[in-house]
Design a protein around this ligand. Sequence first.
Ligand code: ZN
Ligand code: ZN
Length: 672
Amino acid sequence: MEPRTIDIKGAREHNLRNVSLTLPRRALICLTGVSGSGKSSLAFDTLYAEGQRRYIESLSSYARQFLVQVTKPDCDQITGLSPAIAIQQKTSGWNPRSTVGTVTGIHDFLRVLYARIGEQHCADCGAPIAAQSREQIIEGVMRFGSPSRGHTRPARSAGSRLDSRRPGRRPASSGGAARVALLAPVVRGQKGEFRDLFAELLRAGFVRARVDGRVVDLADDLALLKNQRHDIEVVVDRFELSEDVRPRLAEAVDVALKLGDGALLAVPADAIEDRARQTLFSSRYACATCGQSYEPPHPQLFSFNSPAGMCPDCDGLGERSDFDPELLIPDPRLNFWAPCVAALRSPPGKWRRHIYEGVARHLGVNLSQPWNRLPESARRALLYGTGDKHLTFEWKWSGGVWKHGGVFEGVIAELRDKYRKATASFVREFYEKFMRKGPCPSCRGLRLNRQALAVRVPIAGAGRTWAGCGPSLPELCSLPVDLAAETLSALRLTPVQTQVVAEVLKEVRNRLEFLLHVGLHYLTLDRAAPTLSGGESQRIRLAGQIGSGLTGVLYVLDEPSIGLHPRDNRRLLASLERLRDMGNTVIVVEHDEETMRAADHLVDFGPGPGVRGGRVVAQGTTEDLTRCPESITGQYLGGQRQIEVPTRRRPVEAARRDRRTPVRRPRASSRV
Ligand SMILES: [Zn+2]
Ligand SMILES: [Zn+2]
């Protein structure tokens, strides 16, 4: 049976004088006394420390090596202790990726909300996404190998394009009749061995599959790691694309769509393992305007901590270091061949020189001129490229002139490529001297990839804002909590959708309401946790705990009322009571009178600070304390002693430093 009390025998941390004490469990307990009287030593350095230590001891030795060892507090015995969680006012210890949304758990529920009712728009052209018909998919596969779908490039283009990692990127083709393979995705990132699935596919007449990117024979004994996530795509058929195969192709598309739950992949038959060259077709999800296909949204897509959702160019951090023209060109009086771009170190070799000469001819400039004499447009083009424009380059040799074409992506693209490929740290450091940190240009600091940024929830009366639909997840998270709550109450949903998201919406609303109740209406959900003040941090942590629904936990808080408006303080107390009613023990170290009066059990430490303290002077209800003449807190609570009324409002920090006043009256009545 669960113990009903926490029994402490012989606590001696810091100035505690062999304190023995019995505390009720599942109660709101307030520890009082002047600062330095020993209440924090008991709450944090004894009870919380021991709870933590026991928790760590209960873990495997493997897990323990990652945690800081907590030494046993100086205490003879503690019984009836639960796992302990401290909700302190410290501002340190946050993960740099944490935000108000992630700490409170709101972000997790919003991800589910967006996955369930979010409306995908095309990341390329902004059009709403509709499903592709079977006929459109067949046409798409037929066109898969046609040369018009890719552009040819020179053998060595100047500056390679960074992988944009867009869904359904089209392959470059080599012309001629293309051979294509159709694959049906049957497992997407799920754990398991899938023995039954392989047997079933084999029985159905399939021979090969692509497992985690590798082509395998289904007849082989496939031993997949049970606890790892796998991607499995069945090879449905392969074709030489021509009008003759159309009937067979149509049949294969039907089979693949059925197996792949509405999705299929087309990939060059001679490069099935090359995922970069595959195209995704979906009978559910594709842009009718530009043909781009998408995976249906899932919660991971909206996580900037997950590879499925993070912006690939900044790894979900929202900021990125990139080459800065000012740092790259310290002396603009030099010319391009010198080279004025300091990171290039030496004049270009023969091959690069003919590429740059081709670009200069296209731009109509002479690169022997000083950099600062070149027109601004030419300088930009040399650094950032000439876009998709097809340029002609001339390679002169003894046999004549060889002309070839291609695109120019700019000196900065070349440097990014070199930086990305550099493995030696001194090489990376060399390039970093020319880089500056700024918002990531790909996601504009919003941390998610292009597909995720183009999913919106429908809001009634969105008008022309939010693309006429509603906010994307980052747009919603950039609103203050009160506006975010208001926006979510205007969701435009069908009766079925309302049912599907009822639970999720309830969780989101509860947490938003809590933030509103404790006076944090002005915070945005994307606010970085490390930038919060101590009081804000504590209330955010509390919101996460209340939402977590844990029971049987010992919560320890230090002065949660600090800096709160009296109205917000009452709401905070209500939430502490809620935490208690959920079956937890809540211990609060507090000077606030309202909190003391709300507590089920009070313990007054003292009588003085330091060596004059360290003892329990009185404990019990407020009445018990007022009856004890030795308890200064009790005297104040009973009105036998008056506190000085401050003549003007003191800043929060000053109130925190105060060492004399054991009881802080509710601020509304103590202000003149
Ligand atoms: Zn589109
Ligand atoms: Zn980014």
